[in-house]
Ligand binder design. Structure first.
Ligand code: SAM
Ligand code: SF4
Length: 335
């Protein structure tokens, strides 16, 4: 019997110590860059139960994973989500439990999430104009999300970061207002370049693309941006700058214009139990099949994870070709 490693090291000597775990492919929004308007979601039997999700989280922490981010779809619409959050938050060895949410449920759930062990929250916010916000999210209500952000600020998370995807001709004129909104609340904001995940017809991604360099230029016309953290383990593929003398950091996530694959420390698990080794490649392993085997034990799952990490690709190759290179939508990938 092979000895079980205590750390996950890939063939390019990168240590994998960060997992993004998707709790659902469903969402109460249909953001135009993330989903088609008419989506088919997974039937229940294909979706991991809360117990199976907990088991996966436990296996990863036993393999040296220190950070787990719960995501989706919209993680906070998963029924009984707080019981899972509490369970994952209690896993020995886990340093950071984070979540990415669209904010729609935070008025109700921000304080219980903080109490259950979530220390960092990323909240998506692409517009401060109610009509535009509704357009971009198709179903979202801006007032509800802003009240959710304020509830999160009041709940005292260690770190809150807004995530904004900027599309040319849609919300590029709101970049400064979004930065101002974050700085008024003393929270961070990251601008994410749109990624070619899933086939959409709502807009042409080649035309809507706004580069991080362009956004940085717009922001530096009003604010000083002090180059702070170089991209690294804690910030992942984001480059962060301190905004003037405020507490706010402004980040740029640039999968197109900059490539940080050599620093990649993460893998993703979809809610079907597919372990995705790279956002921009289809390399994966079926963990659900292992979990549902008769006579399952955790070492089988850990071995499946170790063997999969040994196949982690070196990098992604996103470009602006007419077809998406990865047909998965972001909601199934676990953003
Ligand atoms: N529903 C939650 C939310 O919106 O924050 C969590 C899941 S969502 C898929 C995670 C992040 O992915 C969001 O910040 C969203 O803006 C981003 N996202 C979705 N589709 C994207 C795309 N095609 N390119 C870049 N970012 C995308
Ligand atoms: Fe839902 Fe998040 Fe995708 Fe928007 S980005 S549709 S909120 S999963």
């Amino acid at each position: 019997m092979e000895a079980m490693p205590e750390q996950l090291i890939d063939p390019f000597r990168r240590r994998v110590d960060y997992v993004r775990l998707s709790l659902t492919d469903r969402c109460d929004f249909r953001c135009v860059y993330c989903m088609a308007e008419d989506m088919t979601f997974l039937p229940k039997r294909q979706v991991l139960s809360l117990e199976e999700l907990q088991e996966i989280a436990a296996a990863f922490t036993e393999l040296g994973v220190r950070k787990i981010r719960l995501t989706g779809g919209e993680p906070l619409i998963r029924p009984n989500v707080l019981s899972l959050v509490r369970g994952v938050g209690e896993l020995p060895g886990l340093d950071v439990l984070a979540m990415t949410t669209n904010g729609s449920q935070l008025q109700r759930l921000a304080a219980p999430l903080r109490d259950s062990g979530v220390s960092r929250l990323n909240i998506s916010l692409d517009s401060l104009n109610p009509r535009k916000f509704r357009h971009l999210t198709r179903y979202g209500n801006l007032d509800q999300v802003i009240a959710g952000i304020d509830a999160a600020v009041a709940a005292g998370f260690e770190r809150i970061r807004l995530n904004a995807v900027i599309l040319r001709g849609r919300n590029e004129d709101e970049v400064l207002d979004l930065v101002e909104f974050a700085s008024q609340r003393g929270i961070d904001i990251a601008f994410i370049e749109e990624m070619p995940l899933g086939r959409i017809v709502e807009h042409d991604r080649r035309l809507s693309f706004c580069s991080s360099a362009e956004l940085r230029e717009i922001i530096s016309q009003r604010y000083s941006l002090q180059s702070g953290t170089a991209p690294g383990v804690t910030d992942g593929p984001a480059r962060f700058y301190q905004l003037g003398d405020s507490a706010t950091r402004v980040g740029f996530i640039s999968p197109h214009s900059e490539n940080f694959c050599h620093l990649c420390n993460r893998v993703r698990v979809t809610v079907e139990g597919r372990l995705l080794l790279c956002l921009g490649n289809e390399h994966s392993a079926d963990l659900r099949e292992v979990l549902r085997r008769p006579g399952y034990d955790r070492d089988q799952l850990k071995m499946a994870i170790v063997n999969a990490v040994a196949r982690k690709p070196e990098r992604h190759y996103f470009d602006h070709g007419p077809e998406p290179q990865v047909l998965r939508f972001m909601n199934t990938t676990g953003g």
